[in-house]
Design a protein around this ligand. Structure first.
Ligand code: SF4
Ligand code: SF4
Length: 136
């Protein structure tokens, strides 16, 4: 399935000049347009991107950026968890490319932090009880 997304990338000061975005096309076969790019006074780099490609590649591209230290934010669409449905089975944690879904070491429950979510929908696809929902 082909997906189109608009995302915002936040690059830490020491990463502003690294060619990370160009690898989205080269390594993950994603098309992208830079909608806006700027450097803030504290020298954080911010880039707005329109991005398009196969869903699995999009997810891998986001994972690559996140692991490299870039904060990725989704524009427009968000994922919510229906806590009444969630059984904390942990399936979604294994597919999430960001730290949005993690297992709490003390309670062993799955914690959802929407601040890290990039709406790749991978959790929506694997959740057996449909606890992860897409909202527009
Ligand atoms: S896959 Fe669904 S039920 Fe399992 S932990 Fe994730 S949200 Fe909860
Ligand atoms: S949509 Fe689901 S899998 Fe994707 S980043 Fe958000 S919580 Fe993680």
């Amino acid at each position: 399935m082909i997906v189109s997304r608009k995302i915002i990338l936040h690059f830490p000061k020491d990463m502003v000049e690294q060619p990370l975005v160009s690898r989205l096309a080269k390594d993950f076969d994603l098309e992208f347009n830079i909608l806006k790019a700027s450097v803030t006074p504290n020298e954080e780099g911010i880039m707005h991107l329109a991005i398009k490609g196969e869903k699995g590649n999009y997810s891998k591209g986001v994972e690559y950026l996140t692991k490299a230290g870039v904060k990725v934010q989704q524009m427009g669409q968000e994922i919510k968890r229906n806590d009444d449905r969630c059984t904390h089975c942990g399936l979604c944690v294994s597919v999430c490319p960001t730290p949005a879904l993690v297992i709490d070491k003390k309670t062993r429950e799955v914690v959802f932090d929407s601040g890290h979510c990039v709406a790749c929908e991978m959790c929506v696809r694997v959740c057996p009880v449909k606890a992860m929902e897409i909202r527009f």
